[in-house]
Design a protein around this ligand. Structure first.
Ligand code: ASP
Ligand code: MG
Length: 467
């Protein structure tokens, strides 16, 4: 048994839907359970309608929904055999969406999140029914299962957490027998219900999480996350055209990369699978023959010390200097307590005899933070900085990586350098303007004469975040 999850951009045109059906058909012997996101930008568009309705612009909200309905029909109709039945289905969904828009307008702030979840659930409810029908037309014995009958969450609407006990029971009782009976089960990602039956969602991008919950609950052999990129790359191909696909990553490496800006997959969403030692593979639905990137809880050693270079712009560096205080007992604790109190996460830290520098990416409390820090130290800050993060489990026991980094960055002013606490990453902070040059130089130095674990990229566009 495997889980195959397809993101919105893998479903955004008639051709894409047909291609996905072909990809699933070729893997039918592996007993796939299919999880789909909403088609294209459906969720964004439904949320826009929610905002319009909440703002009292009911007419506009309804026009947005009508336009979405037309687009969904145009996308799906060419690949369905019974279009009138699909029209009826869409009308039923639109009716319910319109009812919810009216309720939203009247609702107070406390009631809105639950109504929002109920409304956006239509995106995945429609896409999963479309996919089941497209598969039937391709000759597969597919069956649509309403994932809300299976996935149970708490009631933190718009970012609910799964309740694994009841969810796993239902997966085994409702889904497993169908799959074992030879049927291709299709379910929506992202959406669920609370224990008392109210619609909930797992938060934006939640379909990956659904795939992982389903895969872990059923104990599948592999979870496949089908996207529109070849996998995780050695660097952003829009900055480094010769970036290559990374074949294998450990879960720890994937987590570091995601944290520092790689956009393909958020590893925390596949944690349930990793905990059960189920491999997760990121694949490209446009190029199904490419092997993708395999994420394992533990990854065998490969030829490359550094697996990938991620980066994050819009960083502010704060320099905190104090000749008297730094070595004094409790000084660092006092500093971090300030950041903590203003709920501002610190990414990179480096210390010297007389000071400590930290980076933050949220600056809404910067004025408060610096005001407090100035009571005990000299404080200055500079925006427009960027973090470049080199990730690889092998950095930990490979000498000379930092030397390679410094040599590569000879011509660039490095503000900070730090080896992460996990010792699987090295971060450098540079001016945003130097970022492309820094990434290119590092990529050249670190991946020049590899590479057994990655291969040239065939595309060179930005790897946009697929939601
Ligand atoms: N459709 C949802 C979203 O856009 C969930 C997902 O795509 O993963 O956030
Ligand atoms: Mg996604």
């Amino acid at each position: 048994m495997i889980v195959m999850k397809f993101g919105g951009s893998s479903l955004s045109t008639s051709d894409a839907l047909a291609r996905v059906a072909g990809v699933i058909a070729e893997r039918v012997s592996r007993m796939p359970v299919v999880v789909v996101s909403a088609i294209g930008k459906t969720t964004d568009r439904l949320l826009a309608a929610v905002a319009q309705a909440a703002d009292g612009r009911q007419g506009e909200a309804r026009r947005s929904v009508a336009a979405l309905r037309d687009d969904l029909r145009d996308t799906a109709a060419p690949v369905l055999s019974d279009v009138p039945a699909f029209d009826t289905l869409l009308d039923r969904h639109v009716e319910d969406i319109e009812r919810l828009l009216t309720e939203l307008q009247a609702a107070d702030d406390a009631a809105r999140p639950a109504l929002t979840d109920a409304l956006v659930s239509h995106g995945e409810r429609i896409s999963s029914q479309v996919m089941a029908r497209v598969l039937r037309r391709h000759g597969l014995d597919s069956v649509h299962v309403d994932v809300r009958d299976v996935l149970v969450t708490d009631d933190r609407f718009t970012e609910a957490a799964p309740l694994f006990g009841p969810t796993n029971d239902r997966l085994r009782a409702l889904v497993r027998p169908l799959v074992e009976g030879g049927r291709v089960v299709v379910m929506g990602g992202f959406i669920a219900r609370t224990a008392d039956g109210r619609p909930s969602t797992l938060g934006r991008g939640g379909s990956d999480f659904t795939a992982s919950i389903v895969g872990a609950g059923l104990g599948v052999a592999e979870i496949q996350i089908w996207t529109d990129v070849d996998g995780i790359m050695t660097a952003d191909p829009s900055v480094v055209p010769e970036a290559r696909r990374v074949r294998q990553l450990s879960f720890a490496e994937a987590s570091e990369l995601a944290y520092f800006g790689a956009r393909v997959l958020h590893p925390s969403t596949v944690l349930p699978a990793i905990e059960r030692n189920i491999p997760v593979r990121v694949l490209n639905s446009m190029k199904p023959e490419v092997e993708g990137t395999l994420i394992l809880s533990q990854c065998p050693p490969s030829g490359s010390t550094v697996k990938s270079i991620a980066s994050k712009e819009g960083i502010t560096v704060i320099d905190i200097r104090s000749t008297r205080m730094l070595m004094a007992h409790g000084f660092l604790a006092a500093i971090f307590e300030v950041f903590d109190r203003y709920r501002t996460a610190v990414d990179v830290v480096s210390t010297s005899e007389i000071g400590v520098s930290v980076t933050i990416d949220r600056t809404d409390r910067l004025a408060d933070i610096t005001a407090e820090l100035r009571r005990v130290a000299d404080v200055s800050h500079e925006s427009g900085q960027a973090i470049v993060c080199l990730v690889g489990d092998a950095i930990r026991h490979t000498p000379g990586v930092a030397a390679t980094v410094f040599t590569a960055l000879e011509a660039i002013n490095v503000r900070m350098i730090s080896q992460g606490g996990s010792r699987t990453n090295i971060s450098v902070v540079v001016d945003e303007r130097d970022l492309p040059a820094a990434v290119a130089a590092l990529h050249h130095a670190l991946f020049a004469d590899l590479d057994t674990s990655s291969e040239p990229s065939v595309h060179s566009r930005t790897t946009a975040c697929e939601r």
